[in-house]
Design a protein around this ligand. Sequence first.
Ligand code: MN
Length: 459
Amino acid sequence: MKIAHFSDLHYSPERLDEADRCFSSATHDAIMRGARVAVVSGDSTDHRLDAHSPALVTLARRIHRLAASMPVIMLQGTFSHEPPGTLDIFALMGSTNEVFIASRIQQVAFANGRFLASAGPLFNEREFAQVVAMQPDAVFTCLPTVNKGQFAASVGALVAATDLGDVLSTYLAASGQVNARLREAGIATVGISHGTIVGCETEHGVTMAGLDHEFSLSALFDAQCSAFMLGHIHKFQSWERGGSLIAYAGSIGRFHFGEQGEKGYLLWEVDTHSASAELVPTPARRMLCIDFDGPPDMERLAQFASDAGDAFVRVRWQVDEEHRQSVDRAAIEAMFANAQGVKLEPRILPVVRSRAQGISLETSVDAKLGRWCEVADVNAAPVLERLQLLDTGDANAIADAVMAQLDQSPAATPLALVAGTPSDAVRPDGSRVVVSPASSVSGNTGEALDWLEGDLFAA
Ligand SMILES: [Mn+2]
C-alpha cells in the first residue's frame, strides 16, 4: 500500500511561505499518485500559534483538503515546536476521511476506512484478535514525543527499567512481538516516531552521537515493522535491513541557511514483509552560502551573483576592526538585487597589540624599564638615570635641583622641565649626585620628546 509521509512542516508566521508552498505541492502530488494514507511525523507547527494566526488556518485548510482524499495520522512532535494539545483541533479537520491524532504511545489499526486504537501502549490479546479478524490495511505503532514521566507511567507495566533509552528499547521489542504476529497474519506494519537515531546526520552534516539520544537503529528494527517513518531530523536518510526500511523524510522545506540535501516528502510502498520509499522533491527555496576567510572578494561575489537567481543568499566574511569600513555592504547588496533575500554576516576581528613583549619576564624594575625602552624604541640611558635618581635621591632634593636648573634656563618650557636634563642633585646628606648631560631624548626644545607625547603602548 502507498503511504505519503510528510514531516517537520514547521508552519509559523515566519515560515508560512516556505512551509505552505512545499506542503501544498507535496500533498497535491500524494493525492495525484494515489497514496492511501497520509502520515505527518511531528512538528507540524514551529511554535505556539494563536487561533487567529494565518499559519494555523492555512495548515488546517491543507489537512482538511488532504483528509478529503485520504485518512491522515498526525503525530505529536517536539513540545517546543508543537505544545501538547496543539494537534487536538486537527482531529476536527477530517471530512470524508478521519484525521487521527497520535499523542500517546499506542498501536492503531486502519481497517475499513476507520482507525481503531489500542487502549494501552500495545494491542492486548482481546484487541489483537479483533484486529486480525478485521484484516486491516495496516497497523501503525505510534511513538510520539512524550515526557519521561508520562512514558514511564504508560509503559511501566512492560518494564522496570529507569533509563529512558532502555524503556524505549524494551517497548520497541515488545511491539516487535505483536508486529511479528501481525505480519504472519498478512498485515502491513508501520512504525511512526519523532526523535533522534544515534549516528544519524543532521541537515547541517553533523553526525549525532551522544548518550541522550533517543534510539538506536537496532532498537527500531526490533519493532519488526516493514516501514519505520521518522520525523525530527530535517535531512532525508534511510536504513535498510532484511527488507525493512527506516527513514527520515526530512523537513518539507528549507528553513535554515546551510541545510544540505534535497527537501521533499516520502512516498512509501509498504508490504507485509518489505518496504521502499521514494523522496519526491518539493519546491524548497534555494539557499546560497558564500564564506570568505578574509574580506569579501568582490569579483568572485559578482560571479556568484550572476548564477544566484532568486535564491536566498548569505555572505560571511571576516575583517580586522581597523578595516571594517573598507567593505562596501551596499555594493554587495546591489549585486544580489534579484535574490529573495541577502543576509550579510561580517565577523569583525579585534586588533590585539602586544604592549611590551617580554617585560613580565624581567625580574628587576630597571631591567623591565630597559626592556620597555627597547620595545618602544626609546634611548634607555637617560631614562634609567632618572630611575636611579628616584631610587637614590629624595624627591624634594630632586625637585630643588630641577628648579635650580630652571633658574639657569629661563627659556625652558614646562614640558621640557619635566623631561629635561636635571642638573646636579643634592642628597639629603649633602653629597652631590652627578647627572650626565643632555641625551637625545631630552632638551629644552621639546623636539625629541615624541616618545612622551605619542601613544606609549602603540609599539
Ligand atoms: Mn523539526
